[in-house]
Design a protein around this ligand. Structure first.
Ligand SMILES: [Ca+2]
Ligand SMILES: [Ca+2]
Length: 216
């Protein structure tokens, strides 16, 4: 999921540690919500929601409507500012690549969001259907379920989900380290890199012949 360039949300000041907006930006978002709420009901219906999401994200219609249903947990056909605020924070997390930090900081609301049938557990189907919101896909989702489903019922209850959220912080740190390394590599002149790796790159191919993993 990505934000489209030029949308107002790109200009909001987002705290990527706590994954929240400042008070001032919260007020700007509240005024923006009032502009979208053309019927003056303090809510957005599914059509208004679809057009907003289509305008600011690259999500497909099916994903947009799925997101609406997740936010409209009591099936009233509308979402209020509280849900809208949470959605915007999720969108900004995706933009700042801190989705896992968001899951950790706001584990209870995220759990309730993903538990679409309100059964107090997250089923594999619920996880697969909603993973796109946090850029979690296929194999990664299976792995999470396999690792954190301690009770073995193939569902994540809140305690199991909480363990996953704590592991999320480690994953986020790992991603940051990888990104820094990538940036450093990109900024290091090629010659300099060649010099540091001279011992490896200049080794004649014959010297690797003793490595069994390549010869077997
Ligand atoms: Ca459920
Ligand atoms: Ca379980």
């Amino acid at each position: 999921m990505k934000l489209k360039k030029g949308a107002l949300l790109n200009y909001l000041d987002f705290d990527s540690v706590y994954c929240l907006l400042s008070l001032r930006n919260g007020k700007i978002l509240s005024d923006y919500f009032k502009l979208l709420d053309v019927h003056n009901r303090n809510t957005l219906n599914d059509i208004q929601f679809y057009h907003f999401m289509h305008h600011v994200t690259d999500l497909k219609k099916k994903e947009i409507m799925m997101t609406f249903d997740m936010l409209d947990w009591n099936a009233s056909g509308e979402i209020g500012f509280e849900q809208f605020y949470m959605l915007v924070c999720i969108l900004l997390c995706s933009e700042y690549h801190v989705e896992k930090n968001f899951i950790f900081r706001h584990s209870r609301p995220v759990f309730e969001l993903l538990d679409m049938d309100g059964g107090r557990t997250i089923s594999p189907a619920e996880f697969q259907a909603s993973g796109f919101l946090f850029n979690l896909k296929g194999h990664a989702l299976d792995k999470i379920l396999y690792e954190f489903d301690v009770s073995g019922d193939e569902h994540l209850n809140y305690k199991e989900f909480k363990m996953f959220t704590m592991a999320c912080i480690d994953m986020q740190e790992e991603t940051k380290k990888m990104q820094k390394l990538q940036v450093r590599r990109t900024n290091t002149p090629r010659q300099e890199r060649g010099a540091t790796n001279a011992g490896v790159t200049n080794t004649p191919p014959d010297s690797h012949s003793g490595c069994s993993s390549h010869t077997d």
